[in-house]
Design a protein around this ligand. Sequence first.
Ligand SMILES: [Cu+2]
Length: 274
Amino acid sequence: MRRSSIVIAVVLTLAAVAAGIALSYVIHWFPVAASTQAHRTDTFYHVLAIASVPIFVIVVAVILFCVWQFRMRPGQELEDGPPIHGNTGLEVLWTAVPAVLVIALVSYSFVVLHDNEKRPPGPELIVNVNSRQFQWSFQYPRPVSRTPISSYQLYLPKGEPVLFKIHSADVIHGFFIPAFRVQIDTVPGITTTLRATPDRLGSYPVVCSILCGAGHSLMRTTVHVLTPSAFAAWAASQHGSATSPAAGTPSGGGTASTQESGPEGSVGESVGGG
Ligand SMILES: [Cu+2]
């Protein structure tokens, strides 16, 4: 009787572990991955799921098994349980195993974070990100263009490492590109930095991830990942229209809005073509 119930519990536990891990793969929890950082982060989440699902299932299975197997039967209302005082071997085991597991996962997450933030061997494209209630704007210093470019949408070439230098004109915002799996606070008075290497053509949302005021939910824009040649063409087209002195300033609103309408058609074509 006792032996068969253990077999049933083990079989159910294994089935639940398999179903949980399968679910973690089948369901698309994240938006499309569009940077080298995103692939590392997603792999890390899969490893976390594979490590966590069996633990969750085993803990719940042991609880349910004990409730079922050691429940009070009729006639036992006034009986006491057996006088057990600890189990050293068991306690060492359930301390050592979680410790090893947590240290291993922390080490792996450190490696992923370190790789994601590592300075690439070659040159980086530098983009200045400016945040204010409730708007993003982006400035491209040389050598992207002879004169600095200012834009309300983010344009990046595929395959080139980017270093974002992030500023805030008012309060703390969160610069977040879900498709790149990167995010960092924008802090007034400090320049924060973030690295990403886009590796998939397309347009993806850029959002503010920190409640920054009444217009927080509207603080969104788009990142366009273009082929390097399409990006060069976009930069060249900006150079033509960005000759006014206001072009390089963070709040060069007029200039940025004219740039917005100009390249949109050509960019759309290059994204579609790639
Ligand atoms: Cu914000």
